[in-house]
Design a protein around this ligand. Structure first.
Ligand code: FMN
Length: 211
Protein backbone atom coordinates (compact mmCIF):
# COMPACT_ATOMS: atom_id res chain seq x y z
CA UNK A 1 0.00 0.00 0.00
CA UNK A 2 1.32 3.46 -0.90
CA UNK A 3 2.00 5.59 2.16
CA UNK A 4 1.89 9.38 1.91
CA UNK A 5 3.32 11.67 4.58
CA UNK A 6 1.38 14.94 4.61
CA UNK A 7 3.88 17.13 6.43
CA UNK A 8 2.44 20.49 7.46
CA UNK A 9 4.57 23.24 8.97
CA UNK A 10 1.96 25.84 9.83
CA UNK A 11 0.35 26.94 13.10
CA UNK A 12 -2.88 27.85 11.27
CA UNK A 13 -5.46 25.70 9.51
CA UNK A 14 -6.93 26.02 6.01
CA UNK A 15 -9.34 28.79 7.04
CA UNK A 16 -6.52 31.24 7.79
CA UNK A 17 -3.66 30.10 5.59
CA UNK A 18 -3.25 30.00 1.82
CA UNK A 19 -0.76 27.14 1.90
CA UNK A 20 -2.95 25.07 4.22
CA UNK A 21 -6.05 25.77 2.07
CA UNK A 22 -4.26 24.62 -1.07
CA UNK A 23 -2.71 21.71 0.83
CA UNK A 24 -6.18 20.61 1.98
CA UNK A 25 -7.57 20.84 -1.58
CA UNK A 26 -4.65 18.71 -2.74
CA UNK A 27 -4.84 16.02 -0.07
CA UNK A 28 -8.66 15.75 -0.10
CA UNK A 29 -8.60 15.21 -3.87
CA UNK A 30 -5.61 12.87 -3.62
CA UNK A 31 -7.55 10.73 -1.12
CA UNK A 32 -10.52 10.60 -3.45
CA UNK A 33 -8.31 9.59 -6.38
CA UNK A 34 -6.31 7.06 -4.30
CA UNK A 35 -8.74 5.65 -1.73
CA UNK A 36 -6.46 2.75 -0.82
CA UNK A 37 -3.42 4.85 0.03
CA UNK A 38 -2.46 5.44 3.63
CA UNK A 39 -2.21 9.16 4.41
CA UNK A 40 -0.36 10.16 7.59
CA UNK A 41 -0.48 13.81 8.70
CA UNK A 42 2.73 14.92 10.38
CA UNK A 43 1.67 18.27 11.88
CA UNK A 44 5.03 19.72 12.83
CA UNK A 45 3.54 22.42 15.08
CA UNK A 46 1.70 19.79 17.13
CA UNK A 47 4.11 16.85 17.05
CA UNK A 48 7.12 16.51 19.31
CA UNK A 49 10.06 17.43 17.03
CA UNK A 50 13.23 17.60 19.14
CA UNK A 51 16.00 19.98 18.13
CA UNK A 52 19.48 18.51 18.08
CA UNK A 53 20.75 19.74 21.45
CA UNK A 54 23.13 18.79 24.27
CA UNK A 55 21.01 15.77 25.35
CA UNK A 56 21.02 14.36 21.83
CA UNK A 57 24.76 14.84 21.40
CA UNK A 58 25.49 13.28 24.80
CA UNK A 59 23.03 10.42 24.13
CA UNK A 60 24.55 9.69 20.72
CA UNK A 61 28.05 9.97 22.27
CA UNK A 62 27.21 7.37 24.92
CA UNK A 63 25.79 4.97 22.32
CA UNK A 64 28.82 5.45 20.04
CA UNK A 65 31.18 4.75 22.93
CA UNK A 66 29.47 1.38 23.42
CA UNK A 67 27.13 2.22 26.32
CA UNK A 68 23.70 0.59 26.31
CA UNK A 69 20.49 2.57 25.72
CA UNK A 70 19.50 2.03 29.37
CA UNK A 71 22.57 4.03 30.44
CA UNK A 72 21.20 7.22 28.83
CA UNK A 73 19.45 9.82 31.01
CA UNK A 74 15.68 10.03 30.68
CA UNK A 75 15.95 13.20 28.51
CA UNK A 76 18.59 11.59 26.31
CA UNK A 77 16.47 8.46 25.89
CA UNK A 78 13.31 10.40 25.06
CA UNK A 79 14.94 12.69 22.49
CA UNK A 80 17.20 10.11 20.82
CA UNK A 81 14.35 7.63 20.45
CA UNK A 82 11.94 10.29 19.14
CA UNK A 83 14.47 11.27 16.46
CA UNK A 84 14.81 7.70 15.29
CA UNK A 85 11.03 7.22 15.37
CA UNK A 86 10.62 10.25 13.05
CA UNK A 87 13.34 8.97 10.75
CA UNK A 88 11.83 5.45 10.55
CA UNK A 89 8.42 6.94 9.79
CA UNK A 90 9.96 9.10 7.06
CA UNK A 91 11.75 6.27 5.27
CA UNK A 92 8.68 4.02 5.54
CA UNK A 93 6.69 6.42 3.31
CA UNK A 94 6.52 6.43 -0.50
CA UNK A 95 5.48 10.03 -1.10
CA UNK A 96 5.97 13.31 0.75
CA UNK A 97 3.79 16.41 0.61
CA UNK A 98 5.29 19.41 2.43
CA UNK A 99 3.04 22.39 3.15
CA UNK A 100 4.71 25.59 4.31
CA UNK A 101 4.39 29.36 4.30
CA UNK A 102 7.37 31.49 3.24
CA UNK A 103 8.64 33.24 6.33
CA UNK A 104 11.61 35.55 5.94
CA UNK A 105 12.65 33.85 2.73
CA UNK A 106 12.44 30.32 4.14
CA UNK A 107 10.12 27.86 5.90
CA UNK A 108 9.22 27.83 9.62
CA UNK A 109 12.14 26.61 11.79
CA UNK A 110 10.36 23.46 12.97
CA UNK A 111 10.74 22.06 9.46
CA UNK A 112 14.53 22.47 9.74
CA UNK A 113 14.42 20.54 13.03
CA UNK A 114 12.40 17.82 11.27
CA UNK A 115 14.91 17.66 8.39
CA UNK A 116 17.70 17.35 10.98
CA UNK A 117 15.86 14.40 12.51
CA UNK A 118 15.50 12.50 9.23
CA UNK A 119 18.93 13.28 7.72
CA UNK A 120 20.60 10.17 9.05
CA UNK A 121 23.49 8.36 7.37
CA UNK A 122 22.49 4.82 6.52
CA UNK A 123 18.78 5.78 6.45
CA UNK A 124 18.16 8.65 4.02
CA UNK A 125 21.68 8.80 2.52
CA UNK A 126 24.98 6.97 2.84
CA UNK A 127 28.62 7.92 2.59
CA UNK A 128 30.66 6.37 -0.22
CA UNK A 129 34.18 6.94 -1.54
CA UNK A 130 32.60 9.16 -4.20
CA UNK A 131 30.80 11.23 -1.57
CA UNK A 132 27.29 11.02 -0.08
CA UNK A 133 24.62 9.14 -2.05
CA UNK A 134 20.85 9.38 -1.49
CA UNK A 135 18.93 6.25 -0.48
CA UNK A 136 15.35 7.38 -1.18
CA UNK A 137 15.49 6.69 -4.90
CA UNK A 138 11.96 5.28 -5.17
CA UNK A 139 10.07 8.21 -3.58
CA UNK A 140 8.42 11.36 -4.86
CA UNK A 141 7.78 14.69 -3.21
CA UNK A 142 5.71 17.84 -3.55
CA UNK A 143 6.08 21.20 -1.82
CA UNK A 144 3.06 23.49 -1.50
CA UNK A 145 4.25 26.94 -0.46
CA UNK A 146 2.43 30.27 -0.06
CA UNK A 147 4.48 33.42 -0.36
CA UNK A 148 3.29 37.01 -0.34
CA UNK A 149 5.63 38.22 -3.08
CA UNK A 150 6.69 36.80 -6.44
CA UNK A 151 9.65 34.42 -6.41
CA UNK A 152 9.06 32.19 -9.43
CA UNK A 153 10.67 34.82 -11.65
CA UNK A 154 12.28 38.23 -11.40
CA UNK A 155 14.80 39.73 -9.00
CA UNK A 156 13.49 37.97 -5.84
CA UNK A 157 13.89 34.45 -7.28
CA UNK A 158 17.38 34.08 -5.79
CA UNK A 159 16.18 35.21 -2.37
CA UNK A 160 13.76 32.32 -1.90
CA UNK A 161 15.48 29.73 0.29
CA UNK A 162 12.63 27.53 1.49
CA UNK A 163 11.71 25.64 -1.67
CA UNK A 164 15.28 25.77 -2.96
CA UNK A 165 16.58 24.32 0.31
CA UNK A 166 14.00 21.51 0.26
CA UNK A 167 14.98 20.83 -3.34
CA UNK A 168 18.61 20.36 -2.30
CA UNK A 169 17.58 18.08 0.58
CA UNK A 170 15.40 15.94 -1.72
CA UNK A 171 18.32 15.67 -4.17
CA UNK A 172 20.61 14.77 -1.28
CA UNK A 173 18.22 11.95 -0.29
CA UNK A 174 18.09 10.79 -3.92
CA UNK A 175 14.36 11.55 -4.35
CA UNK A 176 14.02 11.62 -8.15
CA UNK A 177 10.83 13.69 -8.43
CA UNK A 178 10.23 16.94 -6.50
CA UNK A 179 7.59 19.42 -7.62
CA UNK A 180 6.60 22.83 -6.31
CA UNK A 181 3.10 24.29 -6.20
CA UNK A 182 3.25 27.96 -5.29
CA UNK A 183 0.62 30.45 -4.22
CA UNK A 184 2.38 33.74 -4.74
CA UNK A 185 1.94 37.45 -5.11
CA UNK A 186 -1.28 37.84 -3.10
CA UNK A 187 0.33 40.25 -0.59
CA UNK A 188 1.93 42.26 -3.38
CA UNK A 189 -1.37 42.33 -5.37
CA UNK A 190 -4.19 42.15 -2.81
CA UNK A 191 -6.87 42.84 -5.44
CA UNK A 192 -5.85 39.58 -7.14
CA UNK A 193 -5.55 37.53 -3.94
CA UNK A 194 -8.78 35.57 -4.38
CA UNK A 195 -8.01 34.77 -8.00
CA UNK A 196 -4.46 33.66 -7.08
CA UNK A 197 -5.84 31.35 -4.39
CA UNK A 198 -8.54 29.88 -6.63
CA UNK A 199 -6.02 29.22 -9.42
CA UNK A 200 -3.72 27.45 -6.99
CA UNK A 201 -6.58 25.32 -5.64
CA UNK A 202 -7.48 24.33 -9.22
CA UNK A 203 -3.84 23.34 -9.89
CA UNK A 204 -3.75 21.38 -6.62
CA UNK A 205 -6.88 19.43 -7.62
CA UNK A 206 -5.36 18.58 -11.02
CA UNK A 207 -2.05 17.55 -9.49
CA UNK A 208 -3.82 15.33 -6.97
CA UNK A 209 -4.82 13.04 -9.85
CA UNK A 210 -1.30 12.61 -11.24
CA UNK A 211 0.96 12.77 -8.17
C1 FMN B 1 6.72 35.83 9.85
C2 FMN B 1 6.39 36.09 8.41
C3 FMN B 1 7.41 36.28 7.49
C4 FMN B 1 7.12 36.50 6.14
N1 FMN B 1 8.14 36.62 5.24
C5 FMN B 1 7.85 36.75 3.93
C6 FMN B 1 8.90 36.81 2.95
O1 FMN B 1 10.08 36.70 3.26
N2 FMN B 1 8.56 37.00 1.66
C7 FMN B 1 7.25 37.09 1.26
O2 FMN B 1 7.01 37.25 0.08
N3 FMN B 1 6.25 37.02 2.15
C8 FMN B 1 6.52 36.85 3.47
N4 FMN B 1 5.51 36.76 4.37
C9 FMN B 1 4.13 36.71 3.87
C10 FMN B 1 3.72 35.26 3.69
O3 FMN B 1 4.61 34.53 2.86
C11 FMN B 1 2.33 35.17 3.10
O4 FMN B 1 1.42 35.80 3.99
C12 FMN B 1 1.88 33.75 2.85
O5 FMN B 1 0.55 33.75 2.41
C13 FMN B 1 2.06 32.90 4.10
O6 FMN B 1 1.50 31.62 3.92
P1 FMN B 1 0.09 31.23 4.56
O7 FMN B 1 -0.96 32.05 3.82
O8 FMN B 1 -0.01 29.79 4.34
O9 FMN B 1 0.15 31.62 6.01
C14 FMN B 1 5.78 36.55 5.72
C15 FMN B 1 4.75 36.39 6.66
C16 FMN B 1 5.06 36.15 7.98
C17 FMN B 1 3.93 35.94 8.97
Amino acid sequence: MTKVLYITAHPHDDTQSYSMAVGKAFIDNYKEANPNDEIVNVDLFKENIPQIDIDIFSGWGKLQSGKGFEELSSDEKAKVSRLSELCEQFISADKYVFVTPLWNFSFPPVLKAYIDSVSVAGKTFKYTEQGPVGLLTDKKALHIQARGGIYSEGPAAQMEMGHRYLNIIMQFYGVPSFEGLFIEGHAAMPDKAQEIKENAIARAKDLAHTF
